[in-house]
Write a protein that binds this ligand. Structure first.
Ligand SMILES: C[S@@+](CC[C@H](N)C(=O)[O-])C[C@H]1O[C@@H](n2cnc3c(N)ncnc32)[C@H](O)[C@@H]1O
Length: 293
């Protein structure tokens, strides 16, 4: 399945890439936004695409290699962008897009989805060996688990879920996304959220955010915006849940107060009903954008 870029028209309109400009996509993924940006910076433009998932970088290479612009693809964390620019001997850019959601098609096999039964890895970075979601779920204390699920999942049944996880893992280590989804499902009331979302949605979100330090990465990126973008440079950030959106909103507010940016989206841009119908993944997307002063 091909990843459909979210808020595509809005992103391109607001970033307004022009011929010869230098643009960065910090979350390249399937290259959906990237292809259009590259098209717009031709000729003589420079494009830097980053993704933490090496497979995404390999895959995206195929999509962009015939374009006539200078295209540089780097496997890495967007939070390290100031260092990546230095290492690649690149100047500050005219524009940056971050599309923070994860695409399940692309990250298949890693246990990101509660609808599949896969090893519980949940790491974006495919090349790194290290702590996995299974280690987190089987290793944190009951209190730590409850705190993670509450803080990063905004899940009011966090204590109940943590208790159920600890009880289950006493009998057998939780190894797969299916195992975790079952434990969570069994711990929650039958009419959880009136059936609006899958009972494991918030717990999976919480473990993923915690393990990959997603909010920490976003914060580092926002802290470094002045080193990533030149004056008049545009940043567009698409978030998929309130924790991320709040972070971006508050950072933008603070930077505006300090006279460092101008906010381009008084209210976040949201997908139209048509987009949501065509691409349900876009449902919770919010786009905020700013221009560096
Ligand atoms: C929703 S996808 C991007 C989709 C892309 N905009 C498109 O249209 O095809 C998000 C991507 O961000 C990557 N990612 C998540 N956290 C990252 C980080 N800290 N640094 C770099 N890439 C990251 C994921 O691996 C995933 O490929």
């Amino acid at each position: 399945m091909v990843h459909v870029p979210v808020l595509f028209k809005e992103v391109i309109e607001i970033l307004d890439p022009k011929p010869g400009e230098f643009f960065i996509d910090g979350t390249l993924g399937g290259g959906g936004h990237a292809v259009k940006i590259i098209e717009r910076i031709l000729p003589d433009g420079t494009f830097l695409g980053i993704d933490w998932d090496r497979d995404a970088i390999e895959h995206a290479k195929l999509n962009v290699k015939n374009q006539r612009s200078k295209v540089i693809l780097v496997h890495g964390n967007y939070a390290d962008l100031p260092e990546i620019l230095k290492r690649e001997k690149l100047p500050r850019a005219n524009g940056l897009i971050l599309d923070l959601g994860f695409s399940s098609e692309q990250l298949a096999g890693k246990g990101f989805s509660f609808l599949k039964d896969e090893p519980l890895t949940m790491r974006y970075d495919s090349s790194e060996t290290g702590v996995t979601a299974a280690d987190v779920v089987n290793g944190l204390s009951e209190k730590e688990l409850a705190d993670v699920i509450y803080k990063f999942g905004e899940e009011r049944f966090s204590r109940k879920i943590a208790k159920a996880i600890v009880e289950r893992r006493r009998k057998k280590r939780i190894e797969t996304s299916g195992d975790l989804a079952n434990v969570v499902g069994e711990a929650l009331p039958k009419n959880y959220e009136r059936g609006r979302i899958h009972p494991a949605t918030r717990t999976f979100q919480a473990i993923r955010i915690y393990l990959n330090d997603e909010l920490g990465n976003l914060e580092r990126l926002l802290d470094g915006l002045g080193k990533i973008l030149k004056p008049r440079g545009r940043a567009a950030i698409i978030s998929f849940h309130s924790l991320e959106d709040r972070l971006v909103k508050n950072y933008f507010k603070k930077m505006k107060k300090e006279g460092k940016i101008e906010i381009l989206t008084k209210k976040p841009a949201l997908p139209s009903p048509e987009e949501i119908r065509a691409n349900p993944r876009s449902r919770s997307a919010k786009l905020r954008a700013a221009i560096i002063l």
